[in-house]
Ligand binder design. Structure first.
Ligand code: B12
Length: 424
């Protein structure tokens, strides 16, 4: 389901606050190169592109067209994938920004606009945390470490500027399918856990909370664009029970009737907290359940158990919150038997939605270090492509077939009149 790009809303807010002219082109509903004629007319000095997994091919194609048609623009990229694999982008882009860019990118832009050439700016490249670039004169690699912004710094940033996105199209897509229209928001950043497969390219393990006043201010801004819900994008919204309770109390007071969803681990939640979440409008919680085998959960360094997952799901479904489970099958080191256990287990749980992925070794994860035979064109090209991109003990066709069969059984169990699902 589509969401407007929140990172771009953050950056346009800080750039505008610093007095710069910003044009935002959200290509979610557009032909990718449809933006080029307009850019040719407007001749922006700096053009930035957001890139995550599945967007690499499109982003490189767009960058090459921009280079051809607007050769004088400084071409910059940022986001999750350039952060962990900057070398894949430093030939097509003049500058790659790694990590949180809300401070470094505006500084870079204002220096760039005030300088005669990019070379002059790059002479002082140490000023910009997270910069990665090949010096156009010497061919030398210029690199500065990315820098995380602390809680106080986060709260001093302006509220993301969402004024440039085609909201009615996002809202319609959601309304048609889910009956409400949520906007993405982050209330905390980072996650201290060390799951082997997880990539935390931008916010890392450094956990930070935003102040509740700022969160509520952002929700007022989101509502002013016509959204009636929130999709909380925090890596794990329920990490700090104090934060969850404070959020719920403010939602009850200030945004009654607004529905929201979040991601959670399957441990550490009390019945009282789940009930409070329900009262505060929580509609659905997404859980990374991953596997129905405790041995595989250990292999993943997940630090949860099958039993804790069952307890937590029971707790949420009892208090009327929908639950969704993400599972992985074909994990390196597991067996056919544990795969089948996971597939069966998913059908016994009180879940309203299930989603299976075959493992993708995201760059910079411990899993990526453990696998071998990674293919050269490894990036998935679309969401949940579920393509095996390394040497695996499992056959992709078998995994796809069993995933589809499990979805079919799950859907059959959800038909009106059928209240319980049984294992195959
Ligand atoms: C919301 C979200 C989604 C939304 C849509 C996101 C969107 N509109 O772009 C949905 C649900 C659709 C989604 C789907 C997927 N997602 Co997602 N998603 C997220 C999530 C939870 C929050 C993103 C967000 O809003 N962050 C907040 C903003 C403020 O941060 P930001 O966007 O990173 O922006 C900052 C920097 O990156 C940088 N920056 C960003 N853009 C630019 C541009 C320039 C020019 C510069 C200089 C800097 C810069 O500055 C910003 C401010 O500091 C992140 C997890 C996370 N914690 O970030 C995962 C995450 C981005 N998703 C991820 C993945 C893997 C996926 C899927 C591939 C999953 C799948 N099963 O298929 C799909 C692919 C979607 C697709 N494009 O086809 C990974 C990306 C890994 C990677 N290395 O690329 C992440 C990191 C989660 C994870 N740990 O695995 N996702």
């Amino acid at each position: 389901m589509p969401f407007h790009p929140l990172g771009i809303a953050h950056l346009s807010a800080v750039l505008r606050q610093a007095g710069m002219d910003v044009i935002v082109r959200d290509l979610t509903f557009e032909e990718i190169d449809g933006c080029i004629p307009d850019l040719v007319i407007r001749q922006p000095r700096i053009i930035g592109i957001y890139i995550m997994l599945t967007m690499v091919g499109n982003a490189l194609m767009l960058a090459r067209k921009i280079r051809q048609d607007i050769p004088d623009a400084v071409l910059v990229c940022g986001g999750p994938l350039p952060t962990v694999r900057p070398e894949s982008f430093d030939r097509d882009f003049d500058i790659v920004f790694r990590g949180e860019a809300a401070r470094s990118f505006p500084l870079f832009c204002s220096d760039c606009l005030a300088s005669a050439s990019l070379r002059e700016v790059l002479r002082r490249h140490h000023r910009y945390p997270g910069l990665h670039a090949v010096d156009p004169g010497s061919g030398m690699l210029l690199r500065t470490p990315a820098q995380a912004i602390d809680e106080e710094g986060m709260d001093s940033l302006p509220i993301p500027d969402r004024s440039d996105f085609p909201h009615s199209r996002y809202q319609k897509a959601w309304e048609d399918r889910e009956g409400f229209s949520p906007a993405c928001i982050m209330t905390t950043y980072g996650c201290p856990h060390t799951c082997e497969f997880c990539s935390k390219p931008i916010f890392g393990r450094y956990f930070r909370r935003r102040s509740m006043d700022r969160i509520m201010e952002e929700i007022r801004s989101i509502r002013s664009f016509g959204y009636d819900g929130l999709w909380i994008g925090d890596d794990c919204f329920t990490l700090d029970p104090g934060h969850v309770r404070a959020f719920c109390r403010r939602m009850i007071r200030e945004n009654p009737g607004m529905r929201w969803t979040c991601l959670s681990r399957s441990d550490g939640i009390t019945p009282e907290d789940a009930a409070l979440m329900r009262e505060a409008g929580c509609k659905k919680v997404f859980f990374g359940l991953e596997s129905g085998s405790n041995d595989v959960l250990k292999l993943m360094n997940k630090n949860t158990t099958v039993e804790s997952a069952e307890r937590t799901l029971d707790l949420f479904s009892r208090c009327g919150i929908e639950t969704a489970g993400f599972f992985m099958v074909g994990y390196p080191g597991e067996s056919r038997e544990t795969i089948e256990t996971t597939l069966r287990w998913s059908l016994t749980l009180p879940l309203d939605e299930i989603s299976f992925t075959i493992p993708f070794p995201l760059p910079d994860t411990e899993l990526a270090k453990r696998i071998s035979g990674l293919q050269a064109d490894a990036d998935w090209r679309y969401e949940s492509e579920n393509r095996l991109v390394y040497e695996s003990d499992f056959d992709q066709e078998y995994l796809h077939k069993r995933i589809e069969e499990t979805y079919a059984l799950f859907t059959a169990g959800k038909k009106p009149g059928i209240t319980s699902r049984s294992s195959p």
